[in-house]
Ligand binder design. Structure first.
Ligand code: SAM
Length: 291
């Protein structure tokens, strides 16, 4: 039987099951084996690897993952795809499909239950583009035992994720990802490898989880409030951006000014010029500031 990730087989599966795409669920299925093989080669999958896939669709990527990995667990929100997957993935006995929204799933429990035989767990996915950021942050903030991520996403989001300080795409998402992982763009992906082709260009990003976050902050919520707050209005200085997010007396403008100076950060700088380490200095200064 032909691989699922081909135009001919995909059309056949869609016709056999009378399946129609739901745009609102970001359904663009891969119909190119070369792109999939590239991802799998980079991901370093062996039979000791456990893989979590988000959104298997009709199983194009899932099938190729199952050929190399020890076990694949795929979360699919669309109930209509469950019988399709049961059919297309029937030759493989190392795949578990879970009909759940990945944002609601108890991933920690799934890892404990499904991957006890594996040496490592990684995430490989052609993500639903409308929720790329929430999905990634949900994986990362929970501090799950996931070693690496290989994810296809909208090009613009991928560029933001991997952007260095000072670049146009750099923002609070770049810092959040840098805090937890080392991220890099693996390759660009043309629209033609999907059915139907999406409106936007795509990119594959690798994220390798750091053993410990890049900087040491106890209160992550406060740290991320500082990073997001610095980009409230991109053209404003951090002093002005922080003046509008901290309303209580302690943090009036002159106090924020002093606090930034104590952190060794020029209050006239803009968020886009500050590294993850710079934000950790601001965090430390804020924590040390007298009530
Ligand atoms: N992996 C398949 C492929 O590459 O051909 C399909 C990828 S398609 C871009 C995204 C998939 O994610 C769709 O099957 C969609 O139904 C599913 N999906 C969308 N939102 C989801 C969610 N919140 N949780 C789990 N799956 C979701």
């Amino acid at each position: 039987m032909k691989d699922i990730a081909t135009v001919g087989r995909t059309k056949q599966i869609l016709a056999d099951h009378g399946f129609t795409f739901k745009k609102s669920l970001g359904q663009n299925f891969l119909v190119d084996l070369n792109v999939i093989r590239e991802v799998l080669n980079k991901a370093g999958i062996t039979e000791r690897t456990g893989v979590i896939e988000v959104g298997p669709g009709i199983g194009s990527l899932t099938e190729q993952l199952a050929k190399r990995a020890g076990k694949v667990v795929a979360f699919e929100i669309d109930q209509r795809l469950i019988p399709v997957l049961r059919d297309t993935l029937s030759p493989y006995d190392n795949i578990e499909v879970i009909n759940e929204d990945i944002l609601e799933a108890d991933i920690r429990k799934t890892i404990a239950e499904e991957f006890s035989e594996c040496d490592e767990v990684i995430v490989v996915a052609n993500l639903p583009y409308y929720i790329t950021t929430p999905i990634l942050m949900n994986f990362l903030e929970q501090n799950l035992p996931i070693a690496r991520f290989y994810v296809m996403m909208q090009k613009e989001v991928g560029e933001r994720i991997s952007a260095p300080p000072g670049s146009k795409a750099y923002g609070s998402l770049s810092i959040a990802i840098d805090y937890f992982t080392e991220a890099r763009v693996v390759q660009n992906v043309p629209k033609s490898v999907f059915m139907p082709p999406p409106n936007v260009d795509s990119i594959i990003v690798e994220m390798v989880r750091r053993e410990a976050p890049k900087v040491n902050v106890e209160d992550e919520a406060l740290f991320f409030k500082l990073t997001r707050g610095a980009f409230g209005q991109r053209r404003k200085t951090i002093l002005n951006n922080y003046s509008s997010i901290f309303e209580d007396g302690k943090k009036k403008k002159d106090v924020i000014h002093q606090m930034l100076e104590q952190a060794g950060i020029d209050p006239r700088r803009r968020g886009e010029s500050l590294s993850t380490e710079d934000f950790a200095k601001i965090y430390d200064a804020l924590k040390a500031f007298p009530e």
